[in-house]
Design a binder for this molecule. Structure first.
Ligand SMILES: NC(=O)c1ccc[n+]([C@@H]2O[C@H](COP(=O)([O-])OP(=O)(O)OC[C@H]3O[C@@H](n4cnc5c(N)ncnc54)[C@H](O)[C@@H]3O)[C@@H](O)[C@H]2O)c1
Length: 340
C-alpha cells in the first residue's frame, strides 16, 4: 500500500517514514526542501534499508499537485506534515502561513476526495487548546481562539478536514494533536535540524550545550507551577512517529468510529523547563549556562495530554522517557556539529 508523506524530509515526517517502512508501507515523499535537506533520504535508507520515492514539489502549486496524483495513481492515503511552523514568524507573515498551511491542504484534499477511497492523517497541535482550564487535557477540551496565525491554521485545517469528511463517504481522516515532540532516532541517522535560532526549548538547549548559543533564556520563573517555570508534555519523536502508523492502520482496517477523529499525542506527564534542563545536564554531563528572564508573550502556563483516548482507541502509548529523548537529541546535535 502506497502512502504519500508530505513534508517527509522534515523532523517528524522523516521519523514517520522510517516507522511506515518498518511496518511494510510503501512511501512516496513530497517536500519542497524549504526546511529540510535531501540528505535525509540517506538517513532513512541507512535505518530501513529502503530509499523512499521522493518528489521535490511545492504543495502551493496546484497543477504540480494534480500532476503528482496522476503519476502516482496508486497512492491510497496521505500523512500531511508539510507546513510552515514558526509561531513568531507567523505573526509577522500571516499570509505566508495561511497560504502555505491551508491552500496546500485544500489542493491535497481535492485530489484525495476524487479517489475511490482515501485515508488522511493531519498534523495538528495542542496549541488549539490554548491554556486549558483542566489538566490533563482531553480531546473534548474546548478549542480556544488562536494566539497566532500559525495556531489558527491548525484550527482552520481541522475544520476543513472535518467538513470534508462529512460529505465524502470515501474519505476518512484523523487529526493528531501533538504536544511537544523532541529527540532523534536512536541510530542518530535522522533528527531535528532547525534553521536559524531554534524556537523550541530542546534544540536551543542542545545548541547551547554545543557552544553555538551563549546562554539559554528561561522565560519566567513566577508561574503557578511547582518550580515557577512553564510545564509541557515532551514526547519522543519516535513514539510520535509510531502513533501515525497506528492511526493510518486504524483507517486502512476501517476500525475508525467516525470519518473524522481527533487524538491527543503526548506522554501524559508534564515537565517544567527547569526539569528538562536538569535532566539534560544529567544525561549529557554538560553544565548548561542559563538565566531567568521575563515571561514570553503568548506562553501558556501548563499543558499536558490526557492519553486515554489514544491508549484505548489507537492501542498506542508513549514508551520512551524524557531522558531517552534528551540523550538522543544531544547525540544528534553532537553528530551534526562534529563533537566527539
Ligand atoms: N515540531 C513541533 O513542535 C510540532 C508541534 C505540533 C505540530 N507540528 C506540526 O507537525 C508538522 C511537521 O512538523 P516538523 O516539526 O516535522 O516540521 P519541519 O519543518 O521539520 O517539516 C515540515 C516539512 O515540510 C516541508 N514543507 C513546508 N512547506 C512545504 C510546501 N509548500 N510544499 C512541500 N513541502 C513543504 C519542509 O521543507 C519540511 O521538510 C507541521 O505541520 C507542524 O506544524 C509540529
Amino acid at each position: 500500500m502506497k502512502i504519500l508523506v508530505t513534508g517527509g524530509l522534515g523532523f517528524i515526517g522523516s521519523h514517520t517514514v522510517v516507522e511506515l517502512q518498518n511496518a511494510g508501507y510503501e512511501v512516496v515523499i513530497i517536500d519542497d526542501l524549504s526546511n529540510a535537506s535531501e540528505d535525509v533520504l540517506d538517513g532513512i535508507e541507512a535505518i530501513t534499508g529502503k530509499r523512499p520515492e521522493f518528489e521535490k514539489l511545492d504543495l502551493r502549486d496546484r497543477n504540480a499537485v494534480s500532476a503528482f496524483f496522476k503519476k502516482y495513481a496508486d497512492v491510497s492515503g496521505a500523512i500531511h506534515f508539510a507546513a510552515s511552523k514558526a509561531v513568531g514568524e507567523s505573526v509577522h507573515k500571516p499570509l505566508l502561513y495561511y497560504e502555505n498551511n491551508l491552500s496546500s491542504l485544500v489542493y491535497l484534499l481535492k485530489e484525495l476526495t476524487g479517489k475511490a477511497s482515501a485515508n488522511f492523517i493531519f498534523s495538528s497541535s495542542c496549541t488549539v487548546y490554548g491554556q486549558a482550564e483542566e489538566l490533563p487535557i482531553t480531546e473534548s477540551a474546548p478549542v480556544k481562539p488562536a494566539e497566532s496565525p500559525y495556531g489558527n491554521t491548525k484550527q482552520i485545517g481541522e475544520e476543513i478536514i472535518r467538513d470534508t469528511a462529512k460529505v465524502y463517504e470515501n474519505f476518512k481522516a484523523i487529526a493528531l494533536r501533538y504536544f511537544n515532540p523532541i529527540g532523534a532516532h536512536e541510530s542518530v541517522e535522522i533528527g531535528e535540524l532547525p534553521l536559524g535560532v531554534p524556537q523550541n526549548l530542546v534544540p536551543f538547549i542542545t545548541q547551547t550545550a554545543a557552544g553555538l548559543r551563549e546562554e539559554l533564556s528561561v522565560f519566567g520563573n513566577d508561574y503557578p507551577t511547582e518550580d515557577g517555570t512553564c510545564v509541557r508534555d515532551y514526547i519522543h519523536v519516535v513514539d510520535l512517529a509510531k502513533a501515525h502508523v497506528k492511526a493510518l492502520t486504524r483507517l486502512v482496517e476501517s476500525e475508525n468510529k467516525s470519518n473524522y477523529e481527533v487524538f491527543n499525542l503526548g506522554t501524559g506527564t508534564g515537565s517544567s523547563v527547569l526539569e528538562v534542563i536538569n535532566t539534560f545536564e544529567e544525561v549529557s554531563g554538560v553544565q548548561l549556562p542559563y538565566k531567568i528572564v521575563d515571561r514570553r508573550e503568548g506562553d501558556v502556563v501548563a499543558a499536558y495530554a490526557d492519553t486515554e483516548h489514544a491508549n484505548n482507541e489507537l492501542g498506542w502509548k508513549s514508551e520512551l522517557t524524557l531522558a531517552d529523548a534528551l540523550d538522543s537529541a544531544w547525540k544528534w546535535e553532537k553528530k551534526v556539529r562534529g563533537i566527539k
